[in-house]
Design a protein around this ligand. Sequence first.
Ligand SMILES: NC(=O)c1ccc[n+]([C@@H]2O[C@H](COP(=O)([O-])OP(=O)(O)OC[C@H]3O[C@@H](n4cnc5c(N)ncnc54)[C@H](OP(=O)(O)O)[C@@H]3O)[C@@H](O)[C@H]2O)c1
Length: 292
Amino acid sequence: MKIVLFGKNGQLGWEFQRILAKLGEVIALGRNDLDLSDLRAIQTTLGDLKPHLIINASAYTDVDLAESEVETAMRINALAPGVMAEMARKLGSVFIHYSTDYVFDGKSDMPYTENDQVNPLNTYGKSKLMGEENIREAGDAYLILRTSWVYSLRGNSFVNKVLGWARKNETLRIVSDQISNPTWARMLAEITSLMLARTSPNLFETIRESHGIYHVAGSGQTSRYEWAKQILANDPYRSEQVVRHIEPVFSKDFPAPAVRPLFSALDCSRFEATFGLRLPGWSDTLQLGMAE
Ligand SMILES: NC(=O)c1ccc[n+]([C@@H]2O[C@H](COP(=O)([O-])OP(=O)(O)OC[C@H]3O[C@@H](n4cnc5c(N)ncnc54)[C@H](OP(=O)(O)O)[C@@H]3O)[C@@H](O)[C@H]2O)c1
């Protein structure tokens, strides 16, 4: 099987690069190989490579900057995935794409299902929702996997930020009124690959039959404040921490260019039931990842 992976240097894409090699020949592309704002280049590249499977782990993910770079966010998050889906349909390839909990407005108090009303509050959420719509219009054998609070244990992730702050500050102030499901990028890449491996004898037909939107995230829900506390509790080098107090604060105390939904936890039971897989608890996954 020939696989094209977009976004190889991102949190999710980096994990995918290692895992997908078990499924087939992987052509992993980053910004230096192909700038996704060049829609024609996406068509040409996919047309030349003719992959069986296209995985889009790339996105414009700077939620605050998107408020001032609307056109770029729209091109990468809305137009580029539409072109990928159209090419996948023309080539008879399977297309896997990721979307976000930020398509919701956060006014619910129950985890969101795929049938719930979308109403994004910020440009990032709007651009990702347009991406979903473009894929649904152009696509054939596609899955849109909405996920939430993706972190990795490398780079500038929330986990590493909290660990860094705890080494420099005696008091940390972390928002306690934003609730969702922290999702380890490795778990997300692994569960996607497992789902693909299971369906691989009839990959195209199976994905075509089950095409649509699914929620896929770490099981359970928490606040950023509780998440930060668990990150610090699982820190393998706790003696380096100077932090004494972790203060819960409200989002309104941290004004940012983009408004975030307060409650955006995802109900992932449709994915679990359709593909016969179980999503591990966010807290267990965090503990496992940080122990490595
Ligand atoms: N992070 C979250 O909390 C979160 C939450 C919900 C959903 N999601 C979704 O989950 C998926 C994976 O997210 P992630 O956290 O792994 O994202 P990420 O770490 O920000 O990675 C995104 C990748 O896209 C690449 N990219 C951006 N603009 C590009 C362009 N013009 N041309 C080529 N490549 C470009 C980036 O390249 P560079 O490395 O060169 O910048 C980066 O490697 C995305 O669809 C995202 O929307 C993420």
